[in-house]
Design a binder for this molecule. Structure first.
Ligand SMILES: Cc1ncc(COP(=O)(O)O)c(C=O)c1O
Length: 393
């Protein structure tokens, strides 16, 4: 009997190889889990209490598609304070049910079937997959490593543009590289996008996790500081990383008014809007989160240095020092199967890392360590990893 098949356009969308590794790890006991982009620390108490309060106050009903006006006002005020950028909460911001949904909506709103999307990689795979879900073609342009810093391959970008190219996605601070675009690189991306009439999509979900500013807590300057509100620039963001709120599924999208109007219409058909009490809890995170964030950043910087120290001097390994996010992305000479490497490491040592191949072009040959876990997890994990590497596997 003939059976209806799944649409070939979605069959092409690859599985997440981070998930694939995680699913093996989740079936095992006693694994030191450093494969996902999150800490093992719970959401801070003041945010949880804000959600309980919101529920008790009746924030349990549907809201506007674009999110509660008070949440959008709080986000606009936050951008004013952090970046000196003036945003209209009514027309330039939409609250979404996570950063990944912001990414998906932003991409869906700018791509037609058959269009081409440029994506700077290695990168979290969801951007490329969202473009594929919109029936577009993805061209991944790898960041070259020059000395100890990743750069942007502007020549590669120029060479990749065709009349079908519609957007460019970059992530700064980068997952998995920890690379942070400097002002000159941001300007270069903006000028490139303007020149070729492209949408520039900036994933800034890690902007508060920055160690190279004049003080901890200073955000990476948003691309919104350089762009005008009439530029075809879209910013993706989330409460997940700065406030340990990964399970809450609340993020936001900032963009040109016509794009935000369309995204506000589209979100109705996906989830209608972000969870109501989670939006209220997000407002509290923005208003009261700075002290807790400063403590977290101090701890993250120590974790980063602990991991760098543990991996120092291992033959054949290069570990660029990241300026942002909470990942190390060591490159191992001669490694051609990072998935196999991570699987073997998991089986032999019960340390779970993400394989570099999961992050697209330029990722194979590396693996990603998320150093957001507590030191009681990181220390034994680094010890086992270093022993495994020194054994020359
Ligand atoms: C680069 C990047 N963008 C967006 C997200 C989305 O985060 P969330 O969907 O939890 O808001 C993540 C999560 O890992 C990420 O690494």
């Amino acid at each position: 009997m003939q059976m209806p098949s799944i649409a070939s356009s979605v069959e092409m969308v690859p599985r997440s190889r981070i998930r694939e590794l995680a699913e093996i790890a989740m079936s095992m006991d006693g694994v030191l889990r450093l494969y996902f982009g999150e800490s093992n620390l719970p959401t801070p108490e003041y945010i949880k209490q804000a959600a309980v309060r919101a529920m008790n106050e009746g924030f349990t009903f549907y809201t506007e598609n674009a999110g509660l006006p008070s949440t959008r006002r709080a986000l606009a005020a936050h951008y004013g304070k952090m970046h000196g950028v003036d945003l209209d909460p009514a027309t330039e911001i939409i609250v979404t049910a996570s950063g990944v949904q912001a990414l998906n909506l932003g991409i869906r709103a700018v791509l037609d079937p058959g269009d081409e999307a440029l994506v700077l990689t290695p990168a979290w795979p969801n951007g490329s997959s969202s473009a594929m879900m919109a029936n577009a073609t993805v061209k991944q342009i790898a960041h070259p490593l020059c000395g100890d810093r990743y750069r942007i391959d502007f020549e590669g970008l120029e060479a990749a543009v065709t009349p079908r190219t519609r957007m460019l996605l970059y992530t700064s601070p980068s997952n998995p590289l920890g690379w942070v675009a400097n002002a000159e690189e941001q300007q270069g991306l903006l000028e490139f996008s303007r020149r070729h009439n492209l949408w520039l999509i900036a994933d800034e979900v890690y902007d508060r996790l920055y160690y190279a500013g004049s003080r901890l807590g200073e955000p990476v300057p948003s691309i919104l500081r350089m762009a005008t509100r009439d530029d075809a620039v879209v910013v993706i963001h989330s409460f997940s990383k700065s406030y340990c709120m990964t399970g809450w599924r609340v993020g936001w999208l900032i963009g040109r008014r016509d794009l935000i109007a369309k995204a506000t219409q589209l979100i109705e058909f996906v989830v209608s809007h972000a969870p109501t009490f989670a939006q209220k809890a997000g407002e509290t995170a923005l208003a009261e989160g700075e002290e807790e964030l400063a403590r977290m950043l101090e701890r993250l910087r120590q974790n980063r240095d602990l991991c760098l120290q543990a991996l120092h001097g291992i033959a054949g390994m290069t570990v660029p020092k990241p300026d942002g996010a909470f990942y190390l992305f060591p490159r191992l000479e001669g490694l051609t199967d990072s998935f196999g490497f991570c699987r073997d490491l998991l089986m032999e040592t019960r340390v779970g890392l993400a394989p570099g191949v999961a992050f697209g072009n330029g990722g194979e040959g590396s693996f990603r360590i998320c150093y957001a876990a507590e030191q009681s997890i990181l220390e034994p994990a680094m010890e086992r990893l270093a022993r495994f590497l020194r054994a020359g596997v």
